[in-house]
Design a protein around this ligand. Structure first.
Ligand code: G6P
Length: 306
């Protein structure tokens, strides 16, 4: 463990925590939670959750074997926070795009240093909140002023994330976002996502055409889709199933890079596409949000048992 100026002192001293401690992983600061009922790892950079599992269970989140923990580099796996835009800036609606002065995908929150706001522990659960003040420090990349507050709630039932955005600019603020959840599977070809049937999706691999979804989503090579749905989902894999319950979302991104894209991805083993998938709770494409001065919106997801 090493000292860091980003570690808050006052009420947030480790002396008052029973199950949470600071650790340095790679070159980044993280909170490591070892509760009798569950364990988790949460990085200050990106407010990035990389591990969660109830005691005695295998990891609920997928993390790349070649993930790197370096300042300014997005961690490959876990739950990256895409904010205040999702995906390629050029593919965002004009109202969102006009604020972005960057060609980086997925915004700056996933590589920014968040501030620890609160840690609450008890015998059953732990709640941790972090904030990111998108002020003039980010002016080179984005025009706007907003506060992001992300609260994690861990228990034996699962983990819940709630990302509240408050517009602190005088004018209306348009933004897109996603909680980019990486999930493990023993075999992507025998994995399916239930709950998106009868919605339509944008197929970003086929000229962004709208297509209807009928029944479960199966994976047959590279898949990169924005569904117009925020319905609860069940992800079924040969290793078990998981339930994802979105809040404040009417869009869901489903992604698997497939063999060719996998080779081009950073910090991603060539064959890793066989054992992961992303199901991202989003406000993306036409589901972007607009807030007036002082207004807030919360995007959340509960990752739970089958
Ligand atoms: O490599 P990244 O910037 O982390 O993006 C990884 C992926 O994120 C999302 O799922 C997008 O829909 C994909 O198009 C993108 O490839």
């Amino acid at each position: 463990m090493s000292e860091s100026s980003h570690r808050p002192s006052r009420a947030l001293s480790p002396g008052q925590w029973s199950f949470t401690r600071w650790a340095t992983i790679g070159h980044l600061e993280a909170l490591v939670i070892q509760h009798p009922l569950f364990r988790a790892t949460l990085f200050l950079q990106g407010a990035h959750l990389t591990h969660f599992a109830p005691s005695g269970e295998s990891e609920w989140l997928w993390l790349s074997d070649t993930a790197r923990f370096e300042p300014g580099r997005a961690i490959r796996g876990g739950i990256p926070v895409c904010w205040p835009w999702f995906g390629d800036p050029q593919r965002n609606p004009p109202e969102v795009r006009k604020r972005i002065h960057s060609d980086k995908a997925h915004g700056f929150a996933r590589t920014a240093l968040w501030k620890l706001e609160d840690v609450r522990e008890n015998a059953h659960e732990i709640e941790i909140s972090l904030s990111l003040d998108a002020n003039e420090d980010f002016a080179e990349e984005w025009r706007g002023r907003a506060l992001a507050l992300l609260t994690f709630h861990f228990s034996v039932r699962g983990c819940q994330l709630a990302l509240t955005t408050t517009n602190l600019s005088e004018e209306p603020l348009a933004f897109s976002q996603a909680l980019h959840t990486y999930l493990p599977t023993p075999d992507i070809t025998r994995t399916r996502v239930l709950g998106l049937g009868y919605s339509q999706y944008i197929d970003t691999l086929d000229n962004w055409e709208y297509k209807p979804q009928e029944g479960p989503v199966y994976f047959d090579g590279e898949t990169d889709r924005i569904y117009e749905s925020g319905e609860p989902l069940k992800i079924v894999t040969p290793g078990g199933s998981r339930r994802l319950t979105p809040v404040g979302s009417d869009s869901t991104v489903v992604w698997n890079p497939g063999p060719e894209k996998a080779r081009a991805l950073s910090d991603f083993p060539d064959s890793a596409w066989k054992t992961m998938l992303c199901v991202e709770t989003a406000n993306a494409a036409g589901d972007y949000r607009v807030l007036n001065n002082g207004q807030s919106h919360t995007l959340g997801v509960l990752i739970g048992r089958k």
